[in-house]
Write a protein of this length. Structure first.
Length: 274
């Protein structure tokens, strides 16, 4: 090939490979509003995500990225089409998926460890069983010594690491991440990108990652889904053929630059500025 850019709706798979973990066909979402009638947020999305993949979604504000994530989390019903998770129709929240939002949403009156164990309490599971796992995960992200501190005693990046641990303690197959580093400063965001890749390489969860940042999407992902302006549909799916493990130096390579140029041109054509 004369270019590093590859286009694919799904990664290559052998004939005997496992079916996609997430499969969407003709997925559409329409909102009913009081003043404007019906508003189509998502239109005829076809995509699939395999077990263990890291897939990012980029697109301009209002294109339906967060709506798509909420649909995959089972928090919003879709209007038409189909979505399956692990071969079963997605009809609501699943224990196989956990969500990490832009804000860590840590309860200020609970310690870090107590915040991490909150979903275990909600599911009425035995805290004694999950507490060692929670402490082990906090250790993995460098927060073991902060387990009994309160959120106000942590930096923004540390709070977001705690939020990721809270999602991981449930041992989900899928992490759905809605611009989790968008509120962080540039240097902390870079460090969190490295931290997330380290966690992903160790835990091998499937990650569906929403971002406004083209560079972040390319750096993290196996594939990048570029969405059109509303109604959100898929403009292209770019397979990122950059070697792993990755460090920040890859951002300065010609290959990375070609991916960034292509995605920026694609999104600019959709009316977005990135």
């Amino acid at each position: 090939m004369n270019t590093v850019l590859a286009h694919a709706t799904s990664p290559p798979a052998s004939a005997d490979s496992a079916p996609p973990l997430i499969l969407a066909r003709g997925l559409s979402k329409v909102y009913a509003t009081a003043g404007a009638g019906e508003v189509m947020a998502l239109k005829n999305l076809d995509f699939e995500i395999n077990d263990g993949e890291f897939v990012s979604v980029v697109g301009q504000s209002g294109c339906g990225k967060s709506t798509l994530l909420k649909v995959l989390a089972g928090l919003l019903p879709y209007t038409s089409g189909s979505v399956s998770l692990n071969g079963r129709p997605l009809r609501g929240p699943s224990n196989e998926a956990a969500v990490v939002f832009q804000s860590p949403v840590l309860l200020p009156w609970r310690t870090v460890l107590e915040n991490v164990l909150l979903p275990i309490e909600f599911r009425k599971l035995a805290l004694s069983r999950y507490k060692p796992e929670a402490i082990g995960l906090l250790d993995m992200v460098g927060l073991k010594n902060f387990a009994h501190r309160y959120p106000y005693e942590l930096s923004g990046g540390m709070q977001q690491r705690a939020a990721i641990v809270r999602a991981l303690v449930q041992d989900p197959r899928i992490l759905l991440m809605d611009e989790p580093f968008g509120a962080l400063d540039a240097m902390t965001r870079e460090q969190m990108n490295l931290e997330l890749l380290r966690i992903w390489s160790q835990r091998r969860k499937t990650v569906f990652f929403i971002t406004h940042s083209i560079a972040e999407a390319i750096f993290l992902s196996d594939r990048v889904i570029a969405m059109t302006a509303r109604p959100g549909s898929i403009a292209d799916v770019i397979a990122v053929d950059l070697p792993r493990p990755r460090d920040l130096s890859v951002i300065n390579t010609d290959s990375f630059g070609r991916y960034a140029t292509h995605l920026r041109a694609l999104l600019d054509a959709q009316g977005g500025a990135f």
